[in-house]
Write a protein that binds this ligand. Sequence first.
Ligand SMILES: [Zn+2]
Length: 93
Amino acid sequence: MGKRSKIWLKTRKEFLEENRPDHAGFFCCGICGLPVHYTDMEVDHVEGRLGERLVDKKNLQATHVLCNRLKGSKKVAPKVSETEKELRRTLDL
Ligand SMILES: [Zn+2]
């Protein structure tokens, strides 16, 4: 396994420790805004994964596997703002 892969796996793990799903195991998909269960979830790079972006946790979001596939490497503006995500976390929605 390459060095970048190892660093990425570590970053992904940290991201998931800092961004917990709700009590039922759901994250909020950063692409479509709908709940995404952790078993159907991928950690996506909002603006690509080159250089430092690979391990910038602010550049990461939980997404549906399918949403991530449809998005490819294009940048898609998130439908859910950071403020709303925070609010949802606080209210445990
Ligand atoms: Zn989605």
